[in-house]
Design a protein around this ligand. Structure first.
Ligand code: ATP
Ligand code: MG
Length: 233
């Protein structure tokens, strides 16, 4: 499979903090890659490098120039206007006419079940609705590759299920997903592959069923074994 994006020996520093160390990662079309690891292990930084928002201090980022990509942030930013306009603005900023942007935005809202609240203020929507709005905004850009940073961390079980179902549908439509998660149940449900980070290093990069074989992970790092056991307990 051809790589949509590939990192080679990527290093990222924020002052004295070495956030990523020698990271090699290759994401191929059709994969659903989960990034896991403790707080501060580098998941968000890795997503930002993959999306092109952070420039590495060392190493290289290779991209298939034809790949369209989008990112959903942990706390999505909503402009103080309607849900519809929040999606339409994203399209308009990429050069669509305003009329066409509004039409496509409405289709995107319908896709995530938000058509009934299209004209409501985006900031007045519930956390779960705002997260789905963020997904609609990303989906409207028709990305081949979608990055999601803890997309369900602030949601209740119902909201989590809704967002997970949408992610699964996007994947079925052929979208490649890379997402950070602390929820190992979710990783099991959605991922085909798991990348485990510890202090900015990739310590394990395994197919999902192998990742949950904790004894093997414990060989990689005691902390990794504990991480999986602790989260599943
Ligand atoms: N803009 C920044 N300026 C300074 N330090 C940063 C910045 N972004 C991240 N860091 C540091 O880089 C390290 C990795 O942070 P990162 O946010 O990537 O971790 P994470 O795995 O996403 O953590 P969490 O699970 O808490 O979201 C941390 O030590 C963090 O404090
Ligand atoms: Mg993070």
């Amino acid at each position: 499979m051809s790589a949509l994006v590939q990192l080679k020996q990527v290093d990222v520093r924020f002052g004295a903090v070495h956030a990523l160390r020698g990271v090699d990662l290759r994401v191929a079309a059709g994969e659903r890659v989960a990034l896991v690891g403790a707080n501060g292990s580098g998941k968000s930084t890795l997503l930002r490098v993959l999306h092109g928002l952070v420039r590495p201090a060392g190493g290289s980022v290779l991209r298939d120039g034809a790949t369209r990509q989008a990112m959903v942030f942990q706390r999505p930013y909503m402009v103080r206007t309607s849900a519809l306009n929040n999606v339409a603005l994203a399209l308009w900023l990429r050069g669509r006419r305003w009329g066409a942007s509004r039409e496509e935005a409405l289709a995107a809202l319908a896709r995530v079940g938000l058509a009934p609240v299209a004209l409501r203020g985006a900031r007045a929507l519930s956390g779960g609705q705002q997260q789905r709005l963020a997904l609609a905004r990303a989906w409207s850009l028709q990305p081949d590759l979608l990055f999601l940073d803890e997309p369900t961390s602030s949601l209740d079980p119902h909201g989590k299920r809704e967002v997970e179902a949408l992610m699964a549908e996007f994947a079925c439509d052929g979208m490649t997903l890379v997402f950070a998660s602390h929820n190992l149940g979710q990783v099991k449900r959605l991922a085909t592959r798991v990348v485990y980070l510890e202090q900015g290093r990739v310590l394990a990069d395994l197919p999902v069923h192998e990742f949950f074989n904790a004894p093997r992970l414990a060989q990689v790092s005691g902390e990794a074994g504990l991480f999986v056991k602790g989260e599943l307990a």
